[in-house]
Design a protein around this ligand. Sequence first.
Ligand SMILES: C[S@@+](CC[C@H](N)C(=O)[O-])C[C@H]1O[C@@H](n2cnc3c(N)ncnc32)[C@H](O)[C@@H]1O
Length: 227
Amino acid sequence: MKFEDQDLSRINEYVSLAERYIPGRLAIFAIVESAFHELLTAEAAKILVLGAGGGEEIIRLGADNPSWSFVGVDTFEPMVEMAKSRLASSPVGKRSVVHTTAVEQLDDSEFDAATCILTAHFVPDDGSKLAFFEAIRARMKPGAPLAIIDGVGVAGERDTELLRRIWVRHAMRNGVPEAEAAKNSQNFSKISVVSAEREEELLQAAGFKNLVPIFQGLAIKGWLAFA
Ligand SMILES: C[S@@+](CC[C@H](N)C(=O)[O-])C[C@H]1O[C@@H](n2cnc3c(N)ncnc32)[C@H](O)[C@@H]1O
């Protein structure tokens, strides 16, 4: 299932819904920003944002870092439009561009860093996910950091199922109705989530090195990986 095949009747509320559903949503941005502070030592940095729709990570990472500029890609036009309209009223907008394209078609490179937040798990593991990671790495400077945060797990496995049931409870505690939360949790088994081990294997097969886990919130895991 693609991102756009979900129930998107509340897409206008994407930003607030994401905060309700994703455990540690704000911590993710804070951790990625701190990681880039540690790793991006040059004065200016050009950052590639995979799945930039909605604009949230560009706005959050850019707000306090005027020397960072952003090139976002996203394949779903309505999410790109949301990003563009939010960026237009943000100071970060002047340092950002968001394209409706797959990264494989992006004619830009030499990125100092990249983010891929809750996006790779929409790319099927049929050769496409590996090609997606390879296309990201090919556009980054050697040794540049990728911060990747993704759903992980294997449907049917005990621990994965427990984490997904807790996901429903967590969303309900944040005000999401039970039926809606349960439906959302079922999306994990419809999209192209893979185990954490498989994600690491694919990142390494694409040439990323020195994987460092930086986040885990229930069935969402994050790493730094170096091009
Ligand atoms: C769950 S949203 C996350 C958006 C943003 N990264 C955030 O955390 O707010 C996933 C986004 O990935 C986009 N997407 C899905 N497959 C993609 C692909 N192959 N390349 C680029 N973007 C993709 C979707 O259109 C959607 O905007």
